[in-house]
Design a binder for this molecule. Structure first.
Ligand SMILES: [Fe+2]
Ligand SMILES: [Fe+2]
Length: 199
């Protein structure tokens, strides 16, 4: 289902209001959210998928970000909470995925999955899921060297290489910080390595 400009504006206003009232010192996060929505819209037009769904995924993907772990646990199911206890970065993506229906009234399994998996991606992603994942890493407010390199690869038209590179850079970053990467990050890395070799 495509969404109207009105619906997109309504969602943007809700997200903006939430950050302004609850986290006024985190408006850079709101700007990141706008950047992800903009990049997702741009890429969905290039890759010929409906841009309204991609834009909404961008607007919603970090809806919950600064809530405490206790607050997040109330928003997700117990099985997800077990995984999040091991990989706390997932609290915010799993909780934000629930907000798609609970806050914005949208029931769309593919959009939900794209938001849920925006941190690491997963195997056999749809185009929408790929776009949300890579938009998070490459939106215009990201200033890290690695992000800029991947943005250039992406904007040159090589989506598979961009996903491979971003996954590799994130794994390297985690290893440097002595944080154990999630097994799915290696699965995604291997899948996109295969895709690049077969091109
Ligand atoms: Fe996020
Ligand atoms: Fe994000």
């Amino acid at each position: 289902m495509e969404f109207s400009e009105n619906k997109i504006n309504e969602i943007r206003n809700i997200v903006e209001n939430k950050y302004k009232t609850k986290y006024p010192d985190k408006m850079d996060r709101y700007n990141h959210i706008l950047g992800v929505a903009k990049m997702a819209k741009y890429l969905s037009n290039i890759y010929n998928i409906d841009s309204s769904r991609a834009e909404i995924c961008g607007l919603v993907h970090d809806y919950y970000k600064y809530e405490s772990e206790d607050e997040m646990k109330k928003l997700i199911n117990p099985k997800d909470a077990q995984e999040c206890a091991k990989y706390p970065v997932l609290y915010h993506s799993y909780a934000s995925a629930e907000s798609l229906e609970n806050v914005f009234g949208i029931i769309d399994p593919e959009m939900k999955s794209a938001i849920r998996n925006h941190v690491f991606g997963h195997t056999n992603m749809t185009r929408l899921e790929e776009i949300v994942l890579i938009s998070d890493y490459t939106e215009e407010n990201r200033k890290y060297d690695d992000c800029i390199k991947v943005r250039n690869v992406l904007l040159s038209g090589d989506l598979n290489q961009a996903i491979y590179d971003s996954t590799k850079y994130v794994i390297n970053f985690l290893n440097k910080k002595n944080i154990v990467p999630h097994p799915m990050q290696y699965e995604v890395l291997n899948e996109y390595e295969r895709k690049i070799k077969n091109e």
